[in-house]
Design a binder for this molecule. Structure first.
Ligand SMILES: [Zn+2]
Length: 400
């Protein structure tokens, strides 16, 4: 059916002529409008229009009716003669509904309903209309549920209502927002005392509920650290890679290690190690970038005259090790400054709210259980400690 159809590029001018001095009408208009807007963007043209959603028009004109899907509307108003689920058939059915509603209520009533709808923020049609109006102005975390009540997205906000609304403001809709807008059925939220508590709760909810579209937060799981052993009788010579999950166990092991990082993923860690190796004329075999093929096999850096010669016995293992530790200085993971877990208090005076937050070894604790290492939590604790070194009035350490 589409093989011989013209491309968007070929019909764009004819389409724009149709849409000029008109407004866009569709059933679930956000969806269709998003496609048209994006197609214009792809050919380098801007397109904006008011979009009237006939789902919302149906809801406004027939508030007591059951269901506002196109099939329900066709049945309810005994409209007929359309090839359903074909683009043109759905267009004709939508037009027939608007015509029917006009006959039913009069042109003035339909016009008034349309004007009132077009002034409203373009919230997803399937949401209850007060879902967003009911959100508080406070910081917090929100959770979007989709079809079958599955969690689809979790986000944090300094101001919940503003942030949730911004997902659906037509000027800034990303492709992810368009998808969310389609799938969203219900919003759940929890206020917090501040950004810090919100970030922690977000991390915790994402881990518990595994929403479909939190791609950025999922990527973090590749995060990790390099470590070198500093024990006197250690057999480890080259730095070892630890994922964020392994890191907690590695810290608690008997082996004394210095940790470097965090790195976004192992490839980023390797690049860092390669740069340091080159800059400080270390040996690529000794740092584990390459493996010797036998005794006294010169590493690549040695062959190009850069390695000082640990691989060919021009430098002792101990000398190389000391140079390596010196070279890596500056990238160490900071030592957790407390003995055991620490509890902080975050206060929101305006909303009269206090949250208690627990951390250990840069990780948040939830119900006494340590959550995985999260680089945003780590950075936030570091920033908070620097800012509140003596003064904990905003974010007060109450127990160490
Ligand atoms: Zn070498």
């Amino acid at each position: 059916m589409v093989r011989d159809a013209p491309t968007f590029f070929e019909i764009r001018e004819a389409l724009r002529a149709l849409l000029t001095d008109a407004f866009f009408v569709a059933h679930n208009a956000r969806f269709d409008y998003g496609f048209i807007k994006n197609e214009f963007r792809r050919v380098g043209e801007a397109f904006t229009s008011d979009a009237l959603c006939t789902v919302r028009l149906s809801r406004a004109l027939y508030p007591d009716a059951d269901g506002h899907g196109l099939d329900a509307i066709i049945r309810r108003h005994r409209l007929s003669g359309f090839a359903r689920h074909r683009a043109m058939g759905d267009v004709e059915a939508t037009a027939a509904f608007v015509q029917h509603a006009t006959d039913d209520h009069g042109a003035d009533a339909v016009s008034a309903a349309t004007k009132s709808l077009l002034k409203m923020p373009s919230l997803p049609a399937q949401l209850e209309s007060n879902s967003i109006a009911n959100l508080p102005d406070s910081p917090g975390v929100y959770l979007f549920y989709g079809i079958n009540d599955l969690p689809i997205y979790i986000g944090k906000a300094k101001q919940l209502r503003e942030r949730v609304r911004s997902h659906f403001s037509s000027d800034h809709m990303s492709s992810n927002d368009v998808r969310l807008s389609q799938e969203l059925r219900r919003i759940e939220w929890q206020s917090t005392a501040g950004e810090f508590s919100a970030l922690l709760l977000e991390a915790q909810w994402v881990k518990e509920k595994m929403p479909l579209h939190n791609i950025a937060l999922r990527k973090r799981s590749k995060l990790g650290f390099y470590a070198i052993s500093i024990g006197d009788d250690s057999v480890e010579t080259a730095p070892l890679w630890f994922s964020a999950d392994e890191w907690v166990a590695a810290q608690q092991s008997a082996e004394a290690r210095i940790f470097y990082g965090p790195f976004n993923d192992k490839a980023a860690g390797k690049r860092w190690l390669a740069d340091v190796t080159k800059l400080h004329r270390l040996c690529e075999h000794a740092v584990g970038i390459s493996k010797p093929r036998g005794a006294l096999d010169p590493c690549f850096a040695r062959q190009v005259g850069r390695c000082l010669g640990a691989c060919v016995d021009q430098e002792t293992a101990q000398q190389h090790r000391e140079r390596m530790i010196a070279a890596l200085t500056g990238s160490e993971m900071p030592v957790w400054p407390f003995v055991g877990a620490a509890t902080f208090e975050e206060r929101d005076e305006a909303n009269d709210r206090v949250d208690l937050l627990q951390f250990d070894e840069w990780c948040a604790l939830a119900g006494g259980v340590r959550l995985p290492f999260d680089v945003d939590v780590f950075k936030l604790i570091r920033r908070m400690l620097a800012k509140h070194a003596d003064d904990f009035s905003g974010l007060r350490r109450i127990k160490v």
